[in-house]
Design a binder for this molecule. Structure first.
Ligand code: NAP
Length: 434
């Protein structure tokens, strides 16, 4: 029997699915102990701090993570940061393999003038803010103007637009951070404009995100039906190839053509607008866009510009993996070949393939990479227990049992308020519980 020790860095979906694949790879010849490191005191990654609070069903996958964590030879070391508390070289020395599952938490930049103005925020800050991520709890989100612009046409843009454009009552029974709910209750924002640089047929959001919009009775959904009809005409010749796109376009057309009384709040969809400048004296006052058109299936710029006056701009245009000593980043991802980074180092999830796909995508992806890892294993190192190093350094790590205490406290506090949980949003408060 060979006993291997594997370190997984990052307790998000990709990390858990990697752990599950490793657990399933054990047989009479090999046994695998897994140590999972996580920089926050809480596990679950984007399931806790990314998934929209009003989409609780998606979060039920956490039960799968708990099952994985409850298996023998699995240990959680949360509140331990790679690159700060521990480094890659020592993980490489102490484990038979290291799996990087750190996701991509750095928002991409537009690279246009005015992007640094107050009131210009990336979804990489805004989403963890409303989700109670301790590092973003103090983010200043100016909600004192009538209008917000969301740049990007993916599901994150939709999550952001709902959080700003719906009646805050929609979030009262969710696990959205309490400070975010009260900020949204006081918010003056009434009109949210989602701006896509390409046409409706190129939008990255998915059909369920569109279909749920008409159910929010207190928010008007404004889409120009001409834009959607033109898109449907352009995709006609593609036949079956455009089946998924047509489903989304048809759902959008139904919303666009439905006659409904105008509400106080609105979410407005715009297409073929490339942001070229954010203007403002001291803070965001206006976003200027180049107007595009579709010619022979290609999006090309016209010489026209338009602008939208607003006090808040949220960019939801994708993410990059953070820089970590010892890892080479290429195109916003950890440089890898099919998940192999270097001798004994592997990468899974968004850090491997970029910010794409749903949570389930990570299952097959992580499984594939773990098959490579298992095939690469040679003699077991039989190194000493790394927990001793953490103890020696005085690192206040949070283990599975500790996390259970934090989880139970949140769920119990939420229960009294009819919420799935009341999130603790400060590290100190979490650690004080233990
Ligand atoms: P995404 O789906 O890749 O969408 C990014 C959007 O940003 C695209 O519309 C893209 O336009 C636009 N964009 C990129 N660079 C831009 C620029 N410089 N200027 C203007 N627009 C720009 O990314 P995401 O919304 O961040 O989502 C990430 C992943 O998480 C996706 O796979 C998504 O489906 C998933 N997710 C799923 C859910 C859910 O299941 N409910 C919720 C949230 C996120 P182009 O297409 O023109 O590049």
């Amino acid at each position: 029997m060979r006993n291997y020790k594997i370190a997984i860095v990052g307790a998000g979906p990709a990390g858990y699915y990697a752990a599950q694949a490793l657990q399933n790879s054990q047989n009479e010849e090999i046994s695998i102990s897994i140590d999972m490191f996580e920089k926050l005191p809480t596990p679950w990654g984007l399931v806790r701090s990314g998934v929209a609070p009003d989409h609780p069903k998606i979060k039920s996958v956490a039960k799968v993570f708990d099952k994985i964590a409850s298996e023998d030879k699995f240990r959680l070391f949360a509140n331990v940061q790679l690159g700060k508390d521990i480094d890659l070289d020592e993980l490489k020395a102490n484990y038979d393999a290291v799996v990087i599952a750190i996701g991509s938490s750095v928002g991409k930049k537009l690279g246009i003038p005015g992007e640094e103005l107050i009131g210009s925020i990336s979804s990489s800050e805004f989403v963890p803010w409303y989700n109670g991520h301790p590092d973003f709890a103090d983010l200043e989100v100016p909600l004192d103007s009538q209008t917000a612009v969301v740049i990007g046409a993916g599901n994150v843009a939709m999550d952001v637009a709902r959080s700003l454009g719906l009646d805050p009552a929609e979030f009262e029974k969710t696990d959205m951070a309490t400070y975010a709910i009260s900020a949204l209750q006081k918010s003056k924002i009434r009109d949210v404009h989602i701006c896509a640089r390409r046409a409706p047929e190129h939008a990255a959001f998915t059909a369920p995100e569109i279909r749920e919009l008409p159910h929010f009775e207190k928010t008007s959904i404004v889409i120009d039906p001409n834009h959607i009809s033109s898109a449907l005409k352009r995709t006609e010749s593609l036949g079956d190839q455009a089946k998924d796109i047509n489903t989304i376009l048809t759902a959008m057309l139904a919303i666009a053509e439905e006659e409904k009384p105008k509400q106080e709040r609105s979410i407005n969809f715009h297409f073929l607008l490339t942001p070229i400048e954010i203007k403002g004296e001291k803070r965001v006052e206006e976003v200027v866009f180049k107007v595009n058109e579709v010619i022979d299936g290609k999006v090309v710029a016209t010489d026209q510009t338009i602008s939208i006056k607003c006090g808040l701009v949220i960019t939801a245009i994708g993410y990059n993996t953070p820089l970590i000593d010892g890892l080479e980043i290429e195109d916003g991802k950890v440089k890898n070949i099919n998940g192999r980074v270097a001798n004994g180092v592997y990468v899974v999830g968004w850090a491997k393939r970029g910010p794409s796909g749903v949570i389930g995508t990570n299952k097959s992806d992580s499984t594939e990479v773990m098959q490579t890892l298992i095939a690469d294993l040679s003699e077991a190192k039989n190194s000493s227990d790394f927990e001793a190093v953490l103890k020696q350094r005085g690192i206040k790590y949070v283990n599975q049992q500790d996390w259970g205490k934090i989880n139970d406290a949140e769920v119990a506090a939420g229960e009294q308020l009819g919420k799935p949980r009341l999130k603790i949003t400060s590290r100190e408060e979490m650690l004080n519980l233990l």
